[in-house]
Write a protein that binds this ligand. Structure first.
Ligand code: AMP
Length: 172
């Protein structure tokens, strides 16, 4: 185990039965509050893959993606829940355990051929990530990869992302 993975694992708190019974929520707030660990994470994510734009997925993805974009000298693009972006959007819906969700990106967020790194905090079933990949591609970006702090391997999200370069800083 590397020093970085130990630092991350020690600062992600398991919250059992949140937001509903049976789910163990991975709370990244202790990590965000630690300036040394946060700087190391941003440094690692910014060095993952070369990109012109860094996409952050609302809401916790924003917290990581914005400093990563700054560090990498890339632009930041928000992918938001439906109804939050003000200009013309593209949308993508995906299934959740109960019901479905829709995310959006601005139609003009990418220049043709922009290399795009998508960043989020946790990869679980991969539904959100897959929808974000499809949005970026439909908006004219080229997905360079998908980077997360933590991958929950038992939920097999990676399998839904065939053909995408998936990088996780820690896997549990
Ligand atoms: P999924 O679409 O199932 O891969 O879920 C990924 C999204 O839901 C990410 O944006 C995560 O922030 C959030 N998420 C899913 N499961 C968890 C969990 N156990 N702990 C924290 N966040 C989670």
């Amino acid at each position: 185990m590397t020093e970085l993975s130990t630092m991350i694992l020690e600062r992600i708190r398991d919250v059992p039965d949140y937001p509903r019974p049976g789910v163990v929520f991975k709370d990244i707030t202790p990590l965000l509050a630690d300036p040394v660990a946060m700087a190391a994470v941003v440094e690692e994510l910014a060095g993952t893959l070369q990109a012109d734009k860094i996409v952050g997925i609302e809401a916790r993805g924003f917290i990581l993606a914005a400093p990563v974009a700054y560090r990498a000298g890339a632009g930041f693009v928000p992918v938001r829940k439906k109804g939050k972006l003000p200009a013309a959007t593209l949308e993508e819906s995906y299934d959740l355990e109960y019901g479905s969700a829709t995310i959006e990106v601005h139609r003009d967020a990418f220049a043709p051929g922009d290399r795009v790194l998508i960043v989020d905090d946790v990869l679980a079933t991969g539904g959100t990530a897959k929808a974000a990949v499809e949005l970026v591609e439909r908006a004219g970006g080229e997905v360079a990869g998908f980077a997360v702090l933590m991958e929950l391997a038992f939920l097999k999200g990676r399998e839904r992302l065939a053909g995408v370069d998936v990088r996780s800083l820690v896997t549990v």
